[in-house]
Design a protein around this ligand. Structure first.
Ligand code: NAP
Length: 310
């Protein structure tokens, strides 16, 4: 049986691994097939303290991983398919093995929310993106659509004006959710145009060009229209990666894992850190912070278990 298994290979998971490894717990990290979480989709990180010049998202993730491995963390790129949490002996099944652990730290992060409309699946990666920093440069001199009215949509939209000729922000209401400063910046940008009260009914395109536009519906008038564009960026929030944990640990109404201030879930020996339990801050540094706290709490839990108090 493992002392501690960490689920997830983003900033929270690798920080938890670093702390657990330095506590001589030889943690096993199950990262899934995609390493680095959301950070690996970010081209340039300028707000991770300690790197005044900024660095690439993938580069930062590699450093996280190397640092955890240096102290004995074992990293496996296996996908977790099922979990069964029982205090004292938690069971984890992956696509290729079965594990048990006395403690588990869940750091599985979140994924961009999608529209679930016709054309989305077909053109994903061929004109549809959830990451302007990754794909924005492909749209030099083109028209693009951004969906959403929050800070992410404003950030993505404003960023895309560096490349695109016109950025159409399509929002389902007539008011933005974004913070005042982001709204001000967006409204002041002459390359940003707003389409209010509207949703995408279908992403349009063909095999040669990829995305060519979107069919919209105005929610107030029900009128349909076609907006031509070469790319479509979806920025309508995130959904936590907690499908596996339903019925195993308490989730809130949005599906995020509920933790107390010490990163404990309702199951003894199961902790969580990072975006899987945080829909407010969602920063690499806050994910790393809660991953660290979760590992320290796991270490304390194991020490108590050892002394018969767990
Ligand atoms: P968010 O604040 O939840 O905004 C999501 C937006 O998408 C909302 O405008 C929402 O519409 C819309 N939306 C949701 N589901 C939709 C659907 N199915 N179809 C169409 N539209 C849909 O998410 P976020 O913008 O990703 O921000 C999340 C958190 O991160 C926030 O706390 C934000 O402040 C923070 N953040 C901060 C920064 C920054 O400060 N630089 C940057 C990015 C994110 P409604 O408004 O009608 O609900």
């Amino acid at each position: 049986m493992e002392h501690v298994i960490i689920l997830g290979g983003g900033p929270a998971g690798f920080t938890a691994a670093l702390y657990a490894a330095r506590a001589n717990l030889a943690p096993l990290v199950l990262t899934g097939r995609v390493l680095g979480g959301q950070l690996s989709l970010t081209s340039e990180i300028e707000n991770y303290p300690g790197f005044p010049e900024g660095l690439g998202g993938m580069e930062l993730m590699e450093k996280f991983q190397q640092q955890a491995e240096r102290f004995g963390a074992v990293i496996k790129y296996e996908e977790v398919t099922a979990v069964r949490f029982r205090p004292g002996e938690h069971h984890i099944t992956t696509d290729s093995a079965e594990y048990t652990a006395k403690a588990v730290v869940i750091c599985t992060g979140s994924s961009p929310r999608l529209l679930n409309v016709p054309g989305e699946e077909r053109f994903f990666g061929r004109g549809i993106s959830t990451c302007a920093t990754c794909d924005g440069a492909f749209y030099k001199g083109r028209n693009v659509i951004v969906i959403g009215g929050g800070d992410s949509a404003m950030e993505e939209g404003t960023f895309l004006t560096r490349f695109a000729t016109k950025v159409h922000v399509v929002h389902r209401r007539d008011q933005l959710r974004a913070s005042p400063i982001m709204q001000d910046r967006a409204f002041a940008n002459p390359k940003l145009a707003f389409v209010w009260d509207s949703v995408v009914e279908e992403v349009l395109g063909d095999d040669t060009h990829g995305v060519t536009g979107a069919r919209l519906r105005n929610l107030k008038t029900n009128a349909q229209s076609v907006l031509d564009a070469d790319g479509l960026f979806i920025a309508i929030g995130h959904v936590p990666n907690t499908q596996l944990f339903k019925g195993q640990v308490d989730l809130d109404e949005q599906g995020y894992i509920v933790t107390d201030r010490r990163q404990r879930t309702n199951i003894p020996g199961v902790f969580a850190g990072g975006d899987v339990q945080d829909h407010v801050y969602r920063q690499a540094i806050t994910a790393a912070g809660t991953g660290c706290a979760a590992a320290i709490e796991a270490e304390r839990y194991l020490a108590e278990l050892e002394h018969g108090k767990g």
